[in-house]
Design a protein around this ligand. Structure first.
Ligand SMILES: *Cc1c(COP(=O)(O)O)cnc(C)c1O
Length: 413
């Protein structure tokens, strides 16, 4: 699939990739938990992975499989696995692929719940090094003999640090480390994960992919460029003839089937409907975010604006290279007001912009982050992540940008 056909592919994907019955333009949302077989030999073959099919919808369903086909195609992968939420995709991946005694290198700038999850892993004798991934030499310096995985986000939330993606990808190839990338902030329409040699993508479908604040979901995508034969933790049982599938099979068995955070069939349907407009939404969101970032950076009440599309952003050049020619720099920005401006007063005066958590929605959302999503991380970890007490995150939506700017300007007065 050529990238310039992405918007077209998105609109027709469910119909073309999944061939729904009766000429439907959507795959049916099939709620059956169990599946009947005429011949018990077929039931056995499906159970044993020798034949395609579904036996119990915690492990797989036609609705989930259809969404997986679309997601894998969009990112140029070999397999996608969907989960109930983005956190489920992340936790299932790491619990499936790690063993006690392993070491992983993880970005110190992470979505708060992801950080909390990695802190939890340390209680299972997993050694975690948190590093500043905006400079790949920090990753290189952290590599140990027992390092298995490097994990980061493309653009970190809320401070928009861009990971040193090309170099991290090169180090991972050189040291045969698995490079797992959370591309929630930069879905396939604005970022080609193959270009930075990422191996696995974790994504919150809840955000831009579904886009409308009405469904939770997550995905793990195997880009097919990692040699699983070099990875020590694959169970003998999952080593089938096609070694490119070893990782996905283990994650589907140990992570999805055994941990059980399955994406419901109707949710899979809602995500695939949202996906149809991803390209348009991402473009409008990015365009709006850049306009707002420029407005804020010139405003006398604002001390600092973080947005990769601004020339002043420390990784602007890298962001332009990695995301160039696609759909801009994404929809997340954050900013700090001058110390004499009342942050809560400003937020309460917003009329159109919602005071709400979540991101990647059609609506613009504002959130004070230190006291909410990063509250539990405590002051020390917040300082390490560069989260100041008065930082506001804006997840920019697809409204008319003039209305958004008016709302912000009014609230600043
Ligand atoms: C929201 C988010 C997640 C978790 O996704 P859920 O669907 O809410 O579980 C993971 N990573 C990033 C970067 C996110 O923004």
């Amino acid at each position: 699939m050529k990238k310039n056909q992405l918007a077209t592919t998105l609109v027709h994907a469910d119909r073309k990739l999944n061939s729904p019955q009766f000429g439907g333009v959507h795959e049916a949302s099939n709620n059956s938990v169990l599946f009947d077989f005429e011949d018990v030999a077929d039931l056995e073959a499906v159970f044993q992975g020798k034949k395609a099919g579904h036996v119990y919808s915690r492990s797989s369903s036609s609705s989930a499989a259809s969404l997986q086909n679309i997601l894998s195609e969009l990112d140029g992968g070999i397999a996608a696995t969907v989960f109930a939420t983005g956190m489920a995709a992340i936790s299932a991946t790491f619990y499936s692929l790690l063993r006690a005694g392993d070491h992983i290198i993880v970005s110190q700038y992470l979505f708060g719940n992801t950080r909390s999850f990695f802190d939890q892993l340390t209680h299972f004798s997993i050694d975690v090094s948190y590093v500043d991934v905006s400079d790949a030499s920090n990753v290189a310096n952290a590599i140990k003999d027992n390092t298995k995985i490097v994990f980061c986000e493309t653009i970190a939330n809320p401070n928009t640090q861009v990971a040193d993606l090309y170099k991290i990808g090169d180090y991972c190839v050189q040291h045969k480390l698995l490079f797992v990338l959370d591309n929630t902030m930069t879905p396939s329409v604005m970022f080609n994960a193959h270009s930075v040699k990422a191996n696995l993508l974790t994504t919150s479908l809840t955000k831009y992919v579904a886009g409308h604040g009405n469904v939770l979901g997550g995905a793990l995508i195997d880009l097919g460029n990692f040699d699983w034969r070099t990875y020590a933790n694959i169970d003998e049982f999952y080593k089938g003839a096609d070694s490119s599938m070893w990782g996905s099979i283990q994650i589907r068995k140990k992570g999805l089937r055994d941990m059980g955070a399955t994406l419901a069939p109707h949710s899979a349907h809602l995500v695939s409907v949202g996906l149809e407009t991803l390209s348009m939404r991402m473009q409008k969101t990015s365009e709006n975010a850049l306009t707002i970032a420029e407005f804020l950076s010139k405003n006398v009440y604002i001390r600092k604006v973080n947005y990769p599309g601004l020339l002043s952003h420390p990784q602007h050049a890298l962001a332009s290279q990695v995301f160039a020619g696609k759909a801009g720099y994404g929809g997340i920005l954050s900013f700090e007001l001058n110390p004499d401006v009342d942050m809560r007063g400003f937020l309460n005066k917003l009329n159109l912009i919602l005071r709400a958590t979540h991101l990647g929605d059609t609506r613009t959302l504002a959130l004070p982050v230190a006291s909410t999503i990063f509250y539990e991380n405590g002051p020390e970890k917040r300082a390490e992540m560069g989260i100041s007490d008065t930082l506001i995150r804006l997840s920019v939506g697809i409204e008319d940008v003039g209305d958004l700017i008016d709302d912000i300007a009014n609230a600043l007065h």
